[in-house]
Design a protein around this ligand. Structure first.
Ligand SMILES: O=P(O)(O)OC[C@H]1O[C@H](O)[C@H](O)[C@@H](O)[C@@H]1O
Length: 316
């Protein structure tokens, strides 16, 4: 399966027509095209704003930005100097290697890291590892802790998988590092018709509330299918790790491993019109469904590696 390395991105092309493009900047997946199981031509599954900067001058408004080590404004003392959503989405990563390219299934190398449940199963798949994000002078000015990130993208006919590997590269005498992580998926879908489930009965924090006190008070989700017909910014805690994103003519399933929370976000016009790099009406073309570990922190002892994974599957 062709893996094409361009100046600013790597492109995966599947023999059955699907493809994915990953910018080195932020390791941001900026395109995922896949046919539906009923056999249509491959169509774009992600939303990227027509006004998004793709030149490394700012995080990409769309695709799948990687959020690490803090979600939203920093709240942990070791993150105090970081911008919103951390530094992973706003630094240049380096292309490392093709991890696997085979007809048989999950490679041994990947299966060291991936739990069976989350693994892509399919006839043919290709993985690329976008690696090399470790401390550099710019990051160290904001975050001076020992870490190394690897990002693996795997493409199959109807699926895209992303894995974030976080290693604490410190000595055994160093304390654990503490972080949050999230895949900020902009799923291309008609926002006013889409429903996300199953979230019924979960506690969530409503970031659209006006006061800090109201934002900090959990609500309980009563809807069977959550819509984003109005400005929505909800952080669901201890979510099931499997989500259906469904609209009249399509459906994407998201399965997440080691990512206990999920955020559902759509700014609608109310907040979307204030986002500088959002195209006019862009909020009508996507819903963000973002598996992450964002309530509390992952504590990773020196020498250990944590892996968070998601698998996106085209269902309709
Ligand atoms: O504008 P950004 O920094 O890319 O953040 C975009 C959005 O990300 C998440 O979904 C947050 O829950 C939102 O509060 C935030 O507005």
């Amino acid at each position: 399966m062709p893996v094409i390395q361009d100046a600013d991105r790597v492109i995966l092309q599947h023999p059955k027509g699907s493809s994915a493009e990953i910018l080195f900047y932020g390791a941001t997946v900026v395109s995922w095209k896949a046919p539906s199981p009923s056999g249509t031509e491959p169509v774009e599954r992600l939303f990227v704003s027509g006004k998004a900067a793709l030149d490394g001058s700012k995080p990409v408004r769309g695709g799948i930005p990687v959020v690490f080590p803090c979600f939203g404004a920093p709240t942990h003392p070791t993150h105090a100097k970081l911008p919103q959503h951390g530094f992973a989405r706003s630094n240049a990563w380096t292309f490392n290697s093709i991890v696997m390219d085979n007809d048989a299934g999950v490679s041994v190398k990947l299966s060291e890291f991936i739990e069976d449940d989350g693994a892509i199963r399919g006839a043919h798949q290709t993985s690329v590892r976008v690696a090399g994000l470790g401390p550099n002078p710019t990051i160290q000015q904001q975050y001076d802790y020992p870490f190394h990130l690897d990002f693996v993208v795997t493409l199959a006919e109807h699926q895209l998988s992303t894995d974030l590997h976080v290693k604490n590269t410190g000595l055994s005498t160093n304390p654990p590092i503490e972080f949050q992580a999230l895949f900020h998926n902009y799923i291309r879908a008609p926002a006013n018709e889409v429903r996300v489930s199953p979230l019924t009965g979960l506690s969530y924090y409503d970031k659209t509330e006006a006061t800090e006190e109201a934002r900090a008070k959990p609500k309980v989700e009563s809807r069977q299918g959550v819509d984003v017909n109005k400005f929505t910014d909800s952080v669901y805690e201890n979510a099931p790790g499997r989500y259906d994103v469904v609209w009249p003519s399509g459906a994407i399933e998201i399965r997440a491993t080691n990512l206990k929370d999920v955020v559902v976000w759509n700014p609608q016009q109310e907040a979307g019109a204030k986002i500088g790099d959002m195209e006019t009406g862009g909020w009508e073309k996507y819903v963000c469904v973002e598996p992450g570990h964002v309530r509390g922190f992952i504590k990773l002892p020196a020498g250990e590696t944590w892996v968070g994974q998601q698998v996106l599957t085209v269902k309709v």
